[in-house]
Design a protein around this ligand. Structure first.
Ligand code: CA
Length: 259
Protein backbone atom coordinates (compact mmCIF):
# COMPACT_ATOMS: atom_id res chain seq x y z
CA UNK A 1 0.00 0.00 0.00
CA UNK A 2 1.27 3.43 -0.91
CA UNK A 3 1.98 5.70 2.04
CA UNK A 4 0.00 8.71 0.99
CA UNK A 5 1.19 10.75 3.93
CA UNK A 6 4.86 10.66 3.06
CA UNK A 7 4.70 11.21 -0.67
CA UNK A 8 3.29 14.19 -2.49
CA UNK A 9 0.00 12.32 -2.63
CA UNK A 10 -2.13 11.38 -5.55
CA UNK A 11 -5.52 12.49 -6.75
CA UNK A 12 -7.90 9.61 -6.67
CA UNK A 13 -11.55 8.85 -6.28
CA UNK A 14 -13.11 5.58 -5.33
CA UNK A 15 -16.68 6.47 -6.12
CA UNK A 16 -17.13 6.53 -9.85
CA UNK A 17 -13.86 5.38 -11.30
CA UNK A 18 -12.72 2.42 -9.25
CA UNK A 19 -10.54 0.76 -11.88
CA UNK A 20 -6.79 1.16 -11.27
CA UNK A 21 -6.26 2.47 -14.79
CA UNK A 22 -8.55 5.40 -14.08
CA UNK A 23 -7.12 6.40 -10.73
CA UNK A 24 -5.14 9.60 -10.62
CA UNK A 25 -5.90 13.13 -11.65
CA UNK A 26 -4.98 13.82 -15.22
CA UNK A 27 -2.60 10.95 -15.76
CA UNK A 28 -5.10 9.16 -17.98
CA UNK A 29 -6.25 12.35 -19.69
CA UNK A 30 -9.76 11.61 -18.41
CA UNK A 31 -12.09 14.58 -18.70
CA UNK A 32 -13.99 15.07 -15.48
CA UNK A 33 -15.94 17.69 -13.58
CA UNK A 34 -15.28 16.12 -10.21
CA UNK A 35 -14.25 18.50 -7.49
CA UNK A 36 -10.82 18.23 -5.96
CA UNK A 37 -10.26 18.25 -2.22
CA UNK A 38 -6.80 18.57 -0.72
CA UNK A 39 -6.70 16.92 2.72
CA UNK A 40 -3.79 18.06 4.91
CA UNK A 41 -3.52 15.90 8.02
CA UNK A 42 -0.56 14.08 9.56
CA UNK A 43 -2.63 11.70 11.72
CA UNK A 44 -2.90 8.71 9.48
CA UNK A 45 -6.16 7.33 10.87
CA UNK A 46 -7.98 10.66 10.52
CA UNK A 47 -6.52 11.35 7.07
CA UNK A 48 -7.61 7.91 5.81
CA UNK A 49 -11.11 8.25 7.23
CA UNK A 50 -11.58 11.76 5.79
CA UNK A 51 -10.23 10.71 2.39
CA UNK A 52 -12.42 7.60 2.27
CA UNK A 53 -15.54 9.55 3.11
CA UNK A 54 -14.84 12.30 0.57
CA UNK A 55 -14.03 9.74 -2.15
CA UNK A 56 -17.32 8.02 -1.38
CA UNK A 57 -18.98 11.41 -1.99
CA UNK A 58 -17.43 11.52 -5.44
CA UNK A 59 -14.57 13.93 -4.77
CA UNK A 60 -11.07 13.56 -6.10
CA UNK A 61 -8.95 13.52 -2.98
CA UNK A 62 -5.26 14.17 -2.43
CA UNK A 63 -3.79 13.61 1.02
CA UNK A 64 -0.57 15.19 2.27
CA UNK A 65 0.85 15.10 5.79
CA UNK A 66 2.93 18.24 6.33
CA UNK A 67 2.94 21.99 5.71
CA UNK A 68 5.47 22.27 2.87
CA UNK A 69 3.84 19.39 0.92
CA UNK A 70 0.45 21.08 1.29
CA UNK A 71 1.67 24.35 -0.23
CA UNK A 72 3.45 22.48 -3.03
CA UNK A 73 0.39 20.31 -3.77
CA UNK A 74 -1.97 23.31 -3.87
CA UNK A 75 0.38 25.07 -6.27
CA UNK A 76 0.78 22.06 -8.54
CA UNK A 77 -2.90 21.12 -8.86
CA UNK A 78 -5.15 23.82 -7.41
CA UNK A 79 -7.87 22.17 -5.31
CA UNK A 80 -11.49 23.36 -5.09
CA UNK A 81 -11.53 22.97 -1.30
CA UNK A 82 -8.86 22.32 1.35
CA UNK A 83 -9.47 20.36 4.56
CA UNK A 84 -6.62 21.56 6.74
CA UNK A 85 -5.40 20.37 10.13
CA UNK A 86 -3.77 23.05 12.28
CA UNK A 87 -1.04 20.96 13.95
CA UNK A 88 1.31 19.74 11.22
CA UNK A 89 5.00 18.94 10.83
CA UNK A 90 7.12 21.37 8.80
CA UNK A 91 5.01 24.44 9.40
CA UNK A 92 1.47 24.54 10.76
CA UNK A 93 -1.91 24.78 9.07
CA UNK A 94 -2.20 28.50 9.75
CA UNK A 95 0.98 29.15 7.79
CA UNK A 96 -0.25 26.80 5.04
CA UNK A 97 -3.49 28.75 4.85
CA UNK A 98 -1.69 32.10 4.77
CA UNK A 99 0.62 31.00 1.93
CA UNK A 100 -2.05 29.32 -0.17
CA UNK A 101 -4.56 32.16 0.20
CA UNK A 102 -1.87 34.68 -0.79
CA UNK A 103 -1.48 32.88 -4.14
CA UNK A 104 -5.08 32.06 -4.98
CA UNK A 105 -8.22 32.21 -2.82
CA UNK A 106 -9.66 28.76 -2.09
CA UNK A 107 -12.28 27.68 0.47
CA UNK A 108 -10.61 26.21 3.57
CA UNK A 109 -12.21 24.02 6.25
CA UNK A 110 -9.88 24.02 9.24
CA UNK A 111 -9.60 21.17 11.74
CA UNK A 112 -8.78 22.36 15.24
CA UNK A 113 -8.18 20.78 18.62
CA UNK A 114 -11.33 21.08 20.72
CA UNK A 115 -11.47 24.27 22.74
CA UNK A 116 -8.47 25.86 21.08
CA UNK A 117 -9.88 29.33 20.63
CA UNK A 118 -6.54 30.84 19.56
CA UNK A 119 -6.11 28.48 16.62
CA UNK A 120 -9.67 29.16 15.65
CA UNK A 121 -9.41 32.95 15.64
CA UNK A 122 -6.03 32.98 13.91
CA UNK A 123 -7.39 30.45 11.41
CA UNK A 124 -10.31 32.68 10.50
CA UNK A 125 -7.96 35.67 10.28
CA UNK A 126 -5.67 33.94 7.77
CA UNK A 127 -8.62 33.09 5.52
CA UNK A 128 -10.19 29.84 6.72
CA UNK A 129 -13.91 29.83 5.90
CA UNK A 130 -15.10 27.26 8.36
CA UNK A 131 -13.71 25.02 11.06
CA UNK A 132 -14.52 21.82 12.89
CA UNK A 133 -13.18 20.80 16.29
CA UNK A 134 -11.88 17.25 16.67
CA UNK A 135 -13.41 14.75 17.03
CA UNK A 136 -16.00 15.36 14.29
CA UNK A 137 -18.42 13.18 12.39
CA UNK A 138 -17.57 12.26 8.81
CA UNK A 139 -21.16 13.00 7.81
CA UNK A 140 -20.83 16.57 9.04
CA UNK A 141 -17.42 16.98 7.42
CA UNK A 142 -18.87 15.91 4.06
CA UNK A 143 -21.84 18.25 4.49
CA UNK A 144 -19.56 21.19 5.19
CA UNK A 145 -17.29 20.47 2.24
CA UNK A 146 -20.35 20.38 -0.03
CA UNK A 147 -21.60 23.64 1.49
CA UNK A 148 -18.25 25.40 0.97
CA UNK A 149 -18.22 24.35 -2.68
CA UNK A 150 -21.81 25.46 -3.28
CA UNK A 151 -21.03 28.82 -1.77
CA UNK A 152 -17.82 29.29 -3.77
CA UNK A 153 -19.67 28.44 -6.98
CA UNK A 154 -22.52 30.77 -6.10
CA UNK A 155 -20.02 33.56 -5.41
CA UNK A 156 -18.46 33.07 -8.85
CA UNK A 157 -21.84 33.35 -10.56
CA UNK A 158 -22.88 36.27 -8.36
CA UNK A 159 -19.68 38.12 -9.23
CA UNK A 160 -20.93 38.82 -12.79
CA UNK A 161 -23.49 41.67 -12.43
CA UNK A 162 -22.43 44.94 -10.82
CA UNK A 163 -24.14 45.31 -7.46
CA UNK A 164 -24.15 48.75 -5.80
CA UNK A 165 -21.63 50.04 -3.29
CA UNK A 166 -23.21 50.22 0.19
CA UNK A 167 -22.31 52.82 2.83
CA UNK A 168 -22.87 52.62 6.58
CA UNK A 169 -21.23 55.43 8.52
CA UNK A 170 -17.53 55.30 7.66
CA UNK A 171 -17.79 51.76 6.26
CA UNK A 172 -18.04 51.36 2.50
CA UNK A 173 -18.84 47.97 0.94
CA UNK A 174 -17.89 47.71 -2.72
CA UNK A 175 -19.75 44.59 -3.79
CA UNK A 176 -18.52 44.60 -7.38
CA UNK A 177 -14.88 44.45 -6.30
CA UNK A 178 -15.58 42.60 -3.02
CA UNK A 179 -13.63 45.29 -1.14
CA UNK A 180 -14.42 47.04 2.11
CA UNK A 181 -13.14 50.45 3.22
CA UNK A 182 -13.34 51.90 6.70
CA UNK A 183 -12.61 55.62 6.98
CA UNK A 184 -11.15 55.39 3.46
CA UNK A 185 -8.67 52.65 4.39
CA UNK A 186 -9.02 49.17 2.96
CA UNK A 187 -10.06 46.47 5.44
CA UNK A 188 -9.08 42.91 4.54
CA UNK A 189 -12.00 40.55 5.10
CA UNK A 190 -11.99 36.83 4.46
CA UNK A 191 -14.45 35.68 1.74
CA UNK A 192 -16.84 34.40 4.42
CA UNK A 193 -16.67 37.60 6.46
CA UNK A 194 -17.43 39.57 3.31
CA UNK A 195 -20.45 37.41 2.42
CA UNK A 196 -21.75 37.69 5.97
CA UNK A 197 -21.34 41.49 5.99
CA UNK A 198 -23.11 41.87 2.64
CA UNK A 199 -25.92 39.70 3.93
CA UNK A 200 -26.42 41.86 7.02
CA UNK A 201 -26.03 45.03 4.95
CA UNK A 202 -28.75 43.91 2.57
CA UNK A 203 -31.29 44.28 5.40
CA UNK A 204 -29.93 46.93 7.79
CA UNK A 205 -31.61 47.30 11.22
CA UNK A 206 -33.24 43.90 10.69
CA UNK A 207 -32.40 41.16 13.15
CA UNK A 208 -31.24 38.10 11.24
CA UNK A 209 -31.35 34.87 13.24
CA UNK A 210 -28.09 32.95 13.45
CA UNK A 211 -29.77 29.87 11.95
CA UNK A 212 -30.90 31.90 8.96
CA UNK A 213 -27.43 33.39 8.44
CA UNK A 214 -25.99 29.91 8.65
CA UNK A 215 -28.44 28.65 6.05
CA UNK A 216 -28.08 31.61 3.68
CA UNK A 217 -24.38 32.42 3.97
CA UNK A 218 -22.95 28.96 4.66
CA UNK A 219 -25.66 26.91 2.98
CA UNK A 220 -26.27 24.67 5.98
CA UNK A 221 -29.66 23.27 6.81
CA UNK A 222 -28.94 22.23 10.40
CA UNK A 223 -28.15 24.48 13.33
CA UNK A 224 -25.13 22.67 14.73
CA UNK A 225 -22.77 25.39 13.57
CA UNK A 226 -24.18 28.62 14.93
CA UNK A 227 -20.89 29.17 16.79
CA UNK A 228 -19.27 29.55 13.37
CA UNK A 229 -21.56 32.55 12.80
CA UNK A 230 -20.56 34.03 16.18
CA UNK A 231 -16.87 33.61 15.40
CA UNK A 232 -17.16 35.38 12.07
CA UNK A 233 -19.21 38.20 13.63
CA UNK A 234 -16.39 38.58 16.16
CA UNK A 235 -13.94 38.89 13.27
CA UNK A 236 -16.07 41.54 11.54
CA UNK A 237 -16.36 43.57 14.74
CA UNK A 238 -12.63 43.43 15.30
CA UNK A 239 -11.99 44.76 11.80
CA UNK A 240 -14.90 47.17 11.38
CA UNK A 241 -15.58 48.43 14.89
CA UNK A 242 -17.60 46.99 17.73
CA UNK A 243 -20.82 48.99 17.18
CA UNK A 244 -21.51 48.17 13.54
CA UNK A 245 -23.21 44.87 14.35
CA UNK A 246 -25.68 44.55 17.21
CA UNK A 247 -26.21 41.26 19.05
CA UNK A 248 -29.78 40.38 19.86
CA UNK A 249 -29.27 37.79 22.58
CA UNK A 250 -30.75 34.43 21.89
CA UNK A 251 -31.79 35.50 18.39
CA UNK A 252 -29.12 36.81 16.06
CA UNK A 253 -27.48 39.89 14.64
CA UNK A 254 -28.44 43.17 13.02
CA UNK A 255 -26.38 45.73 11.15
CA UNK A 256 -26.77 49.12 12.81
CA UNK A 257 -26.85 52.39 10.94
CA UNK A 258 -26.28 55.59 12.88
CA UNK A 259 -28.17 58.48 11.46
CA1 CA B 1 -2.12 17.07 13.31
Amino acid sequence: MVNKLLGTGRWATGAHRPGPGLLGWGDGGVETVERRVLVVEDERAIADAVAARLRAEGFLVQVVGDGPSAVAAARQTPPDVIVLDVMLPGFDGLEVCRRIQAERPVPVLMLTARGDETDLLVGLAVGADDYMAKPFSMRELAARVHALLRRAEKAQVAARPQPPTLRFGDVEINQAERRVLRGGAEVHLTPTEFDLLVHLAGRPRTVLPRERLLAEVWGWADTSGTRTVDSHIKGLRRKLGADLIRTVHGVGYALEVDK
